[in-house]
Ligand binder design. Structure first.
Ligand code: NAP
Length: 291
């Protein structure tokens, strides 16, 4: 059992922190910018709440964060009341935010200078994966720090992998998002085409999902897409943030991402339709609107 802090009790962080406390058996202190959410968490799960990230981090073996983007992450780590000012020597900071590889390298450097470990550990598996404690966690860092952190991370994960040095977890998450972007557009076009052709989409998916076209997105999203339901899941606003990170990294490393860039623009259309908080499968709503 370890002393653990968790910063950022959003859609993902709230259940992840709960798994650390209930499944992992750790002693968890939570911090959330909007204090009511931390109060709710403590009322539901026990544990402690802290008034600042620095206070949450003080004396802990492991400190987790799951906030929005690079700026949010810098604010809760390096800010005046940031967690890095409370980290003990020998402790480990695990960042579950989807952020850039650059910020991961920057924070890993800061951590090393001050004698504690840092792992960039973005996740995949969505809200349901977080709630069920079955996330995929893509880590960047050194082997010794990873070996220390892994058993604790496993409280909310089904798959935990060390992908390389600091930033490699974020780079792997970028590949994850690049693979998803084109695939969801393909699925949206397939369902759109099927409806125009007058076919029974359920029947079509039942057959083709068993063949080479099958995917997680097809399995988990075809039903809601067919019913034009998008008020759940992974928000388009978040996806645009992630694709922006991918495209900026591609500018740096010279990778060509034509489909990713195109789908990013399609998501911009969805935002203009008022769908910023809709699930990423709402690419179908954009196609339906155009005809
Ligand atoms: N949702 C998904 O399906 C999913 C899947 C994989 C990865 N992710 C990634 O996981 C991260 C969190 O996603 P989420 O869905 O949990 O987001 P969310 O529900 O919007 O929660 C964001 C959390 O970060 C906190 N926060 C944001 N900016 C902050 C700041 N400047 N200072 C302090 N706290 C701040 C928020 O505090 P308040 O409560 O005060 O606003 C909230 O606790 C994102 O990087 C996202 O891309 C999400």
């Amino acid at each position: 059992m370890s002393e653990v802090a968790f910063i950022g009790l959003g859609v993902m962080g709230y259940p992840m922190a709960a798994h650390l406390q209930n499944k992992g058996g750790h002693k968890v202190t939570v911090y959330n910018r909007s204090a009511a959410r931390a109060e709710q968490w403590v009322a539901e799960h026990g544990g402690q709440k802290a008034a600042t990230p620095m206070e949450a981090a003080r004396g802990k073996d492991f400190v987790f964060a799951c906030v929005g983007n690079d700026d949010d992450l810098r604010s809760v780590t390096l800010g005046e009341q940031g967690a890095f000012h409370g980290m003990e020597s020998g402790s480990v900071f695990i960042d579950n935010t989807t952020a850039s590889a650059e910020v991961a390298r920057e924070l890993a450097g800061e951590a090393q200078e001050h004698g504690f470990g840092f792992i960039d550990a973005p996740v995949s598996g969505g809200q349901a994966g977080a709630e069920n404690g079955v996330l995929t966690v893509m880590c960047g860092g050194t082997q010794d720090v990873f070996d220390k952190a892994r058993p604790v991370i496993e409280a909310y994960a089904r798959m935990v992998g060390l992908m390389g040095p600091a930033g490699a977890g974020q780079l792997t998450k970028m590949i994850n998002q690049i693979c998803i972007a084109g695939l969801v557009q393909g699925l949206a076009e397939g369902i759109h085409f099927g409806k125009k052709a007058g076919l029974d989409i359920e029947k079509v998916i039942d057959v083709i999902s068993k063949g080479a076209a099958g995917s997680w997105q097809m399995e988990n999203r075809h039903k809601t897409m067919n019913e034009s339901r998008y008020d759940f899941g992974f928000a388009v606003d978040w996806m645009r943030k992630d694709l922006g990170i991918c495209l900026a990294e591609a500018d740096r490393n010279g990778a060509s991402l034509p489909v990713t860039a195109l789908v990013d623009q399609f998501y911009k259309d969805v935002q203009a339709m008022g769908g910023g908080r809709w699930d990423t499968s709402s690419l179908l709503a954009r196609l339906a609107r155009r005809t």
